[in-house]
Design a protein around this ligand. Structure first.
Ligand SMILES: Cc1ncc(COP(=O)(O)O)c(C=O)c1O
Length: 365
């Protein structure tokens, strides 16, 4: 049996008529960048995430960059984040002209550890950028408290966490901004690139709308050096169609996760931990194993795909050597990188496939 890590064609097939209708509507409108479908999806996603405003941009990476720029963060500023994330988090800080400052992760949730983050706050620190890794929101109470104590901005990288809740509250209700990615494999994915910044501040939302459009409102008057980072109408219309199914897809992910947790409960392996009060959306179902590579090969031989997110922490990557960190600086992130393995958990998995993955995992000796 072949078990893919994601099956985007199957997802599209399951709602093909709605997708086709959305595409037709955009084609017939003759308006392909921004416009009504973008305004509609901004409103719908913002409402879904509990935020007052959503500003669509052309990727999750740009959402991070524009959120930083809109907050006035730039050269001379430090932004605290995790070394155990997709590279875009750190890239955005650098492209904003600021300096990333790493702190280690919590070994259970794999999210940035608030105590470690508080420990590296210095005179240049302007902001924190915690990441909601694998579908689990980072500790909002702790980060908001630290931000309040030190007068810092907080921009949450929620690229992987649409639908997640913290004490019943969605990602759009915290901090100065939260950012989403609509990369195709995300829980809400486009058929290309897309992203969104969520904020409750009208002034920030207006700044973001201008920044994404070359620093103007479309009247050829430029009050800031902007970007070309708009969400296009086709992606927006497809995202609106898919959003109607997101709750059901999240439930399917959670059901698969529940079955894995049950079947692996007595294996003695480190399984994903949902922090108390957090509703986990399992963008990834990530286990840890000291013999990760051998386990991965065992799965591969049985036709089961798996992923390693992420094989090395960012402070050890050549591009970020200039920051002056060394191997050994963030032991939890380093150990996680050598042990993590993400199993197929996408909504389109069948019960038979989940059973097969469970049986294959349990046969690993
Ligand atoms: C944690 C995280 N941040 C940022 C991004 C960047 O999003 P995008 O690929 O849409 O630019 C991603 C996803 O790819 C991500 O997983």
């Amino acid at each position: 049996m072949i078990v893919p890590l994601a099956d985007l064609a199957a997802q599209v097939a399951s709602i093909r008529e709605e997708i086709d209708a959305a595409i037709r509507r955009v084609l017939d409108s003759g308006r392909f960048v921004l416009g009504p479908p973008v305004a509609e999806v901004e409103e719908a996603v913002a409402r879904y995430c509990g935020a007052r405003y959503g500003v669509g941009v052309n990727s999750g990476t740009d959402a991070l960059l524009l959120a930083l720029v809109a907050a006035g963060i730039g050269p001379g500023d430090e932004v605290i984040t995790t070394p155990f994330t997709f590279v875009a988090t750190v890239e955005a800080i650098v492209h904003a002209g600021a300096t990333p400052r790493f702190a280690d992760i919590d070994p259970y949730t794999l999210n940035l550890c608030p105590d470690k983050a508080a420990g590296v706050v210095g005179p240049q620190t302007r902001a924190m950028m915690p990441v909601d890794l694998f579908g689990q929101m980072a500790d909002r109470d702790a980060f908001q408290r630290i931000a309040g104590e030190h007068g810092l901005n907080v921009i949450y990288d929620s690229a992987q966490a649409i639908g997640s809740l913290y004490d019943g509250r969605p990602v759009g209700q915290f901090g100065d901004a939260a950012t989403l990615s609509f990369f195709p494999t995300k829980n809400l994915g486009a058929i290309g690139d897309g992203g969104m910044v969520l904020t409750n501040d009208e002034g920030v939302a207006e700044k973001l709308r201008r920044l994404r459009f070359h620093g103007s409102g479309g009247d050829y008057a430029y009050d800031a050096v902007g970007y070309c980072s708009r969400l296009d109408a086709l992606q927006a219309a497809i995202l609106s169609a898919k959003l109607r199914h997101l709750d059901a897809w999240t439930q399917a992910r959670r059901n698969h996760a529940e079955r894995y947790l049950e079947c692996l409960a007595d294996c003695g392996w480190v399984l994903p931990t949902a922090a108390e009060g957090v509703f986990h959306t399992y963008h990834q179902f990530t286990i840890r194993h000291p013999e990760r590579d051998r386990l991965r090969e065992h799965l591969r031989q049985a036709g089961i795909q798996s992923g390693i997110y992420y094989p090395s922490p960012l402070h050890t990557q050549a591009a970020y050597r200039y920051l002056g960190y060394a191997t050994g600086d963030f032991p939890e992130a380093e150990r996680a990188s050598s042990e993590v393995l993400s199993l197929p958990v996408h909504p389109e998995l069948t019960d038979e496939q989940v059973t097969y993955v469970c049986e294959t995992l349990r046969a690993f000796a």
